[in-house]
Design a binder for this molecule. Structure first.
Ligand code: NDP
Ligand code: 2IT
Length: 445
């Protein structure tokens, strides 16, 4: 049995029931075989065993009081996965589906994603099974303050720098930062995605969505193609989805459908993003509202049907496993040409197989395609340490350069090992090489 296979089998046995973590580890480890074969010293150093075991896993209780005086207790998590190339960096997710498996899959992905940005950031992830939906601002604040009252002792601007993810946006980052500052008496870059008035970076809010479109546009440009006139589906309607939609539209795409966790809207005339922003960013309401406000559009209950709408470009930007094998097959049958992942692990292993085996489909996996968010977080960290504030043009130009570089790096890593056009191999290998080199340099730690 190969070293890679043995590590994967052991990981499954030693982390029973963690299905998302198993899924991410399977996708990653099986593509690393060529690198491992080229470096027999890695097995001796138990490099993969260390790479797949978090450096530190923090689990804690988060008690808080709702507006009616009832006490609730949620679970809090921070997995500090790998600090070989820089301080732990990665978002916090607040969603009822959060458990240790979800946080570990996200953390494992984050290590390689952060490496791909070319910036000095290690991998981490955290969150809670708290559900922000329907909560008042005061309840959100109470929860965030309680969460940070435990988390503060484990993080720091040079140790671990959390940010947003599902259910954690500007409002939550503000409350978390306020409590950190109060407890530590330090105004430092300990969280990213901060507001512009207290140390945030221009373009961080837009960065994941913009970056996703920049890398996809580069893949198109290399094929003499562009977003112009492309029928596009963007799933989700949160932070990543909204700014992916905005940039794709700016480049001439026609975005015809988006969803939230209840159902999707289809607008054959092209989604009116100002209406989506009003519903989602201002009112925090359901996407169903869109159909009531925009004539000619329709709302369909349930999410899965979105992938049966014919499109040239699919940008899944909601959550893990939102595209299964069947949905992937429907996309391919309907002629999709580009699939680029804004969400983390939105395609099941079956769906990835379908995309990789289809002729003429360019498939850009999450850890490369959505790296623009964390890359811009690292730019925010740089501005915080330097007490600087860069212009939007400056940050956007850096983001674009980073995304274009990621495209060419994953392209050339895949080619180097004889897997041209396989960006799953390319992203995993290019991300892993740097982390592995740093881990070897540090000795057995
Ligand atoms: P948001 O909370 O802003 O938005 C999430 C969106 O996805 C909402 O529209 C939400 O719908 C939808 N969604 C969540 N769960 C489900 C589900 N089970 N089925 C269908 N739709 C669902 O989060 P973000 O936009 O920040 O994150 C979206 C994805 O992008 C995640 O996978 C995240 O890990 C990834 N990502 C985020 C980055 C960032 O900078 N924010 C960076 C890189 C990746 P509803 O409102 O109904 O819950
Ligand atoms: O998945 C991700 O890369 C994020 N949620 C962003 C993390 C960050 O630290 O900006």
């Amino acid at each position: 049995m190969s070293y890679v296979q043995r590590v994967l089998d052991d990981l499954k046995a030693r982390n029973p029931g963690e299905k998302e973590f198993h899924q991410a580890a399977t996708e990653i480890l099986l593509t690393l075989e060529p690198v491992i074969n080229a470096h027999p010293e890695y097995e001796k150093a138990a490099l993969l065993e260390r790479f797949t075991e978090p450096e530190r896993t923090i689990l804690f209780r988060v008690p808080w009081v709702d507006d009616n005086g009832n006490v609730h207790v949620n679970k809090g998590y921070r997995v500090q996965f790998n600090s070989a190339i820089g301080p732990y960096k990665g978002g916090l997710r607040f969603h009822p589906s959060v458990n240790l498996s979800v946080i570990k899959f996200l953390g494992l992905e984050q290590i390689l994603k952060n490496s791909l940005t070319g910036l000095p950031i290690g991998g981490g992830k955290g969150g809670s099974d708290f559900d922000p939906k329907g909560k008042s601002d005061r309840e959100i604040m109470a929860f965030c303050q309680s969460f940070m009252t435990e988390l503060f002792r484990h993080i720091g601007a040079d140790t671990d720098v959390p940010a947003g993810d599902i259910g954690v946006g500007a409002r939550e980052v503000g409350y978390l930062f306020g409590q950190y500052k109060r407890i530590r008496d330090e105004h430092v870059g300990v969280l990213t995605g901060r507001g512009l008035s207290y140390g945030g970076s221009l373009v961080r809010k837009e960065a994941t969505g913009f970056g996703l479109v920049y890398i996809t546009a580069e893949a198109m440009r290399m094929r003499g193609d562009s977003f112009e006139g492309k029928t596009t589906i963007v799933s989700g309607s949160g932070n990543v989805a909204i700014y992916a939609c905005q940039k794709a539209q700016e480049l001439g795409a026609k975005v015809v459908a988006m969803y939230d966790s209840n159902g999707y809207v289809y607008d054959p005339n092209g989604i009116q993003l100002d209406v989506i922003k009003q519903i989602k960013e201002v009112e925090r309401a359901r996407i169903k509202e869109y159909a009531a406000r925009v004539p000619g559009s329709k709302y369909v209950e349930g999410c899965k049907g979105i992938w049966t709408i014919p499109c040239d470009v699919a940008l899944p930007c909601a959550t893990q496993n939102e595209i299964d094998g069947e949905s992937a097959a429907a996309l391919v049958k309907n002629g999709v040409k580009y699939v680029a992942e804004g969400a983390n692990m939105p395609s099941t292993l079956d769906a990835i197989d379908v995309f990789q085996n289809a002729k003429n489909v360019v498939y850009l996996p999450a850890k490369a395609a959505n790296a623009g968010g964390v890359a811009t977080s690292a730019l925010e960290m740089a501005q915080s340490s330097g007490r600087l504030f860069w212009s939007a043009e400056e940050v956007d130009a850096k983001l674009k350069t980073i995304m274009v570089n990621i495209y060419h790096n994953i392209e050339s890593a895949a080619k180097r090992y004889g897997f041209e056009g396989n960006y799953v191999m390319g992203a995993n290998i290019a991300g892993f090489e740097k982390v592995a080199e740093a881990m070897m340099a540090h000795g057995i730690v």
